[in-house]
Design a protein around this ligand. Structure first.
Ligand code: GTP
Ligand code: MG
Length: 202
């Protein structure tokens, strides 16, 4: 079933960081890796989240409510973009860090990784940071349309090792590759089956 994504909230500052009491999956990754494009592809809408070929487009925490399901996909500002002032980078790092450390309803973090690139230091830092926080990580290899089949499999195998044996999803916002697999991994992580079982219980 096609799900509907609704932009419910945009957060720019720590002071605005009040969150709904509903399960959440954060979408993290380096600037330009394709976070907002992935949200648009999942929504089946080209212009829901703003995308740009210039890194650093998303500068806020954006909460998209998913229906059916009543959970949230949370588009985070990208990390690892050097061409910003230190003050700006610090501000975003604080916002992301506060979100990741304090959100009780955060069930998992999708870490988006560019299929074309070897693991980058900032990606490895993010994965180990999330591990230290005991957060579930869902790896997603983006821009798979730009990689040969052979490179896709090699990159997937490489990240499977780095993600503690859990294979990442090969994904393309251009072709839609991996979309169904991603939805089913998201549904499993956000406990939708459990929740509907509870709702159905007498
Ligand atoms: P920030 O908001 O800056 O952190 O970036 P982002 O991770 O949200 O990336 P965004 O979705 O804005 O995409 C960055 C660029 O990559 C855009 O030019 C997209 O068109 C392109 N892009 C994103 N996903 C894909 C994909 O699956 N395949 C291809 N070929 N291009 C993609
Ligand atoms: Mg973005």
């Amino acid at each position: 079933m096609q799900k509907t994504l609704i932009l419910e909230k945009t957060i720019y500052t720590l002071g605005d960081l009040t969150l709904p009491d509903a399960p959440q999956l954060a979408v993290a990754g380096r600037s330009n890796v394709g976070k907002s494009s992935l949200i648009n592809r999942l929504a089946g809408r080209k212009k829901l989240a703003k995308i740009s070929s210039t890194p650093g487009k998303t500068q806020s925490v954006n909460l998209y409510r998913v229906e059916p399901g009543s959970y949230f996909l949370v588009d985070l500002p990208g990390y690892g973009y050097a061409r910003r002032s230190k003050a700006e980078r610090d501000k975003w790092a604080q916002l992301i860090e506060r979100y990741l450390t304090t959100t009780a309803q955060l069930r998992a973090v999708a870490v988006l990784l560019d299929c074309r690139l070897p693991p980058q230091a900032s990606d490895l830092d993010m994965v180990s940071y999330l591990g230290a926080l005991n957060r579930q990580v869902l790896g997603v290899l983006t821009k798979a349309d730009k990689c040969s089949k052979r490179d896709q499999q090699a990159r997937k195998a490489q990240w499977t090792g780095l993600l503690g044996g859990r294979p990442p999803v090969l994904f393309s916002s251009v072709t839609g590759m991996g979309q169904e697999e991603l939805w089913s991994r998201v549904d499993a992580l956000l406990g939708q089956d459990e929740q509907s079982a509870e709702e159905e219980a007498p």
